[in-house]
Design a protein around this ligand. Structure first.
Ligand code: IMP
Length: 429
């Protein structure tokens, strides 16, 4: 029953896609469990670049089954575009299955996402405008349409007819024209027709695989501090990117997880609004953004950049019960005389060593830094930890000791080859 959950240990964009691609080769099933096409996973292999938003990156392995899990919200149009694009890039792909319990994202969700953001004014969250929040709102309000209903030709028209009335009233409140029911139905029936063969009850598929001793990889999206409950609320996404989400969004229980790997950058980034104590609003931050090409895969927005926050990372290790860390982008930090890591916060004259749940407090904290010698040279040529400059190795050791979590895999570049497995024993538990 080897099962592995891969999560983002920070605010997303930690290069999970690459890791899922590398480890997906060893998995029978790769299952995504939360979010929707707000995520952006890039995989570079054999000189080709693949971009995924909804489909698990594991689809690139022909012997793997890639599952869009029940905890997700699915934009049918986006999914079909992604499928067509991936098929045009590679003929041999794994099998795709979509959970009949996943919720459908409709155009009214996207419209309301933008309208609600606009109405928030200075308090805007900085969402990806993909309709993710409004789709999860419908799920919680128990008025959402699930994939199983969507692909059922008898059920879908009546479900849409009911909900469109509610949505048109909401759009009217924002001064917007109502949506045309027939046009929307016709467009979405065409998507449903194409997606029907992929939609099944995936929970039993995952359960059979787990209980049947197959290798199952659960692919997280976004990052720990974007989690609806554990993140920097309200500047979060509307789902559960933490390891716990893997059990909520796929049909298995917590005892079925053998290993959890948390992917983190050697520094910190964030897209969208919200507190970010170690953010660098100076030349150093700009240098990291340019050097690290820190622009969003989904929205193209420049990411906010800052020093590594070890207080957050340690909290993430505990929240997700991490077996190990996967440290990416040490290569980008190359060239600084000294580097800093945050090891505590000053809050109202006191030192604290945790992320306060109250975001207004978190906005006020001042980072306490430990400064360390930097390193130089091209780290992308390193193939084993001993090849790394000694200062980079000391940096890693400090991270491990502070977080009490071993560095299991190191990534020093976007290609599959630029990966060092340090602790193979911790990967599949
Ligand atoms: P939403 O998920 O589109 O509602 O956006 C809520 C917040 O999560 C915003 O700050 C987004 O920038 C952020 N977010 C959502 N998905 C990702 C991701 O895949 N990577 C990084 N940030 C994300």
């Amino acid at each position: 029953m080897p099962t592995l959950v891969i999560i983002g240990a920070q605010w997303g964009d930690e290069a999970k896609g690459k890791l899922v691609d590398v480890l997906g080769a060893e998995a029978d099933l790769v299952v995504r469990y939360s979010g929707g096409n707000n995520a952006g996973h890039t995989v570079i292999t054999g000189g080709q670049e693949f971009k995924f938003h909804l489909i698990p990156a594991g689809i690139l392995h022909p012997d793997t089954t890639a599952i869009v899990g029940s905890g997700m919200v699915v934009c049918p149009k986006g999914l079909l575009e992604e499928l067509d694009r991936t098929r045009s890039q590679k003929s041999e792909l794994g099998t795709l299955l979509i959970s009949s319990a996943a919720h459908v994202v409709f155009p009214y969700h996207r419209m309301l996402d933008s309208l609600e953001e606009e109405a928030r004014g200075a308090n805007r969250i900085g969402t990806t405008s993909r309709g993710i929040g409004p789709a999860y709102q419908d799920k919680v309000a128990r008025i959402g349409i699930r994939m199983g209903e969507f692909v059922d030709p008898e059920v879908f028209p009546t479900r849409l007819a009911d909900i469109i009335q509610v949505k048109n009233r909401m759009l009217a409140m924002f001064g917007k024209e109502p949506l045309d029911f027939q046009a929307l139905l016709t467009e979405y029936q065409a998507y449903a027709e194409r997606l029907r063969p992929f939609v099944v009850d995936t929970d039993p598929v995952v359960q059979d695989a787990v209980y049947g001793g197959k290798r199952v990889l659960f692919e997280g999206a976004q990052g720990t501090f974007l989690d609806l409950d554990s993140g920097t609320y309200p500047y979060v996404t509307s789902s559960h990117p933490t390891a716990g989400g893997a059990t909520i969004g796929t049909g298995i229980g917590p005892r079925m997880i053998d290993s959890v790997l948390g992917v983190c950058k050697a520094y910190t980034t964030r897209v969208g609004s919200g507190p970010f104590p170690t953010e660098l609003l100076d030349d150093v931050g700009e240098w990291i953004r340019q050097h690290g090409k820190e622009y969003g895969t989904t929205t193209g927005r420049g990411r906010r950049c800052g020093w590594l926050d070890l207080v957050m990372l340690r909290q993430s290790c505990r929240l997700n019960s991490l077996s190990g860390l996967v440290v990416t982008r040490l290569d980008i930090l190359s060239g600084f005389e000294t580097v800093k890591v945050c090891t505590g916060y000053q809050l109202d004259g006191k030192t604290i060593d945790y992320v306060p749940a109250n975001t207004f407090e978190f906005e006020r904290v001042e980072p306490v830094y430990t400064e360390m010698p930097g390193w130089s040279g091209d780290l992308r040529v390193c193939r084993k930890p001993e090849d790394l400059p000694s200062e980079a190795r000391s940096y890693l050791k400090f991270m491990e000791e502070f977080t009490q979590t071993p560095a299991t895999i190191l990534s020093v570049g976007p290609d599959r080859a630029e990966t060092m497995v340090v602790r193979p024993d911790l990967i599949w538990g």
